[in-house]
Design a protein around this ligand. Structure first.
Ligand SMILES: [Cu+2]
Length: 126
């Protein structure tokens, strides 16, 4: 007959192993998936491309909680500055990205801090 002590010990060891396996699996998954793959998996691409002095799309509509990624494909730096100062990127060199998570609904106008005539809007729905 197995003493109760051994049963308890085995059970908690098993739980611990599961917890470690889970942590390793989720950690690995996060590390392996690129941002592009994550967006594809959620089927809600929230990407704004900067090209030829233009934000594309200029108006992007997303549900609240969405993380929007701007990527500069121009060969000169650009930045993203919210008109209401809610967010502001550093100057993005070619192929650099900036992300911001829109937690609340509303219309968020922004412009390029280096070329203020470049403007765009993120419309966040509840
Ligand atoms: Cu610019």
């Amino acid at each position: 007959m197995t003493p109760q002590f051994d049963n308890d010990s085995r059970k908690s060891n098993h739980s611990l192993r599961l917890a470690i396996a889970f942590a390793v699996a989720t950690g690995l998954g996060t590390g392996i998936l690129t941002a592009r793959q994550v967006r594809a998996a959620t089927d809600k691409p929230a990407v704004i491309t900067i090209d030829n002095f233009t934000f594309g799309p200029a108006n992007l509509t997303v549900p609240a909680g969405t993380t929007v990624t701007w990527t500069n494909h121009d060969d000169i730096p650009h930045s993203i500055v919210a008109t209401d100062k809610a967010f502001r990127s550093a100057a993005l060199d070619t192929n650099d990205s900036y992300t911001f998570t829109f937690k609340t609904a509303g219309t968020f106008a922004y412009f390029c801090g280096l070329h203020p005539h470049m403007t765009g809007k993120v419309i966040v729905t509840p």
